[in-house]
Design a protein around this ligand. Structure first.
Ligand SMILES: Cc1cc2nc3c(=O)[nH]c(=O)nc-3n(C[C@H](O)[C@H](O)[C@H](O)COP(=O)(O)O)c2cc1C
Length: 172
């Protein structure tokens, strides 16, 4: 039987929801990642940075912009030892300036992805997948890029059926 992994980055704290800023205890992508893991029976790994991003939304966008510009690879709080045991890997993250947060690439570049199937998952506020699929392909040496899905961040919490159906179809 094939083994599945859901790896995700998600930021708690202040975020922008359809016109206003709210502080949340659980990020949008975390909901989606948990729904996928539950639907397909996957292990789940949270990609966390060693240094926290500012809680303030605007300040966080500035830090993220500068990291993107500098192709930063922020250190991770915790490492996943290996992906060798997995066949299918869902890589989930929010859209930050049109792509994944740089920490997702820190994570991805650690591994040899030969023989792994990758499913890109992104939550966003209008940019869809942005350049995330291309950027992920560049960072995941040897991977086979399979299907992807973009979920509007404001609908992440209520997306269980959509993402569960999609994830099952991916592996079906
Ligand atoms: C630093 C930062 C940059 C963002 N840039 C974009 C963007 O370029 N395009 C977009 O559609 N949404 C953007 N957003 C909105 C997030 O992608 C969206 O709210 C996402 O669902 C947040 O997921 P999370 O709660 O799991 O972190 C940005 C949010 C942050 C904090």
């Amino acid at each position: 039987m094939s083994k599945n992994l859901v790896a995700y980055y998600s930021r708690k704290g202040e975020n922008y929801f359809g016109g206003s800023i709210r502080s949340v205890a659980k990020g949008n992508t975390e909901y989606v990642a948990e729904y996928i893991a539950e639907a397909v029976g996957a292990d789940i790994f949270e990609i966390e940075t060693a240094e926290k991003y500012p809680d303030d939304y605007m300040r966080c966008t500035e830090v993220a912009k500068s990291e993107l510009k500098n192709k930063a690879r922020p250190g991770l709080k915790r490492e996943l030892g290996s992906i060798a045991g997995y066949d299918n890997i869902f890589v989930c993250g929010p859209c930050w300036w049109g792509t994944y947060p740089m920490a997702v690439f820190t994570f991805a570049e650690r591994f040899d992805w030969s023989g792994k199937k990758i499913f890109a998952v992104m939550t966003h506020e209008g940019s869809g997948m942005g350049s995330s699929e291309r950027d992920l392909r560049d960072s995941c040496r040897g991977a086979e890029m399979a299907d992807s899905i973009a979920i509007s961040g404001s609908q992440a919490q209520s997306s269980e059926k959509t993402v569960s159906d999609w994830a099952k179809k991916c592996l079906g």
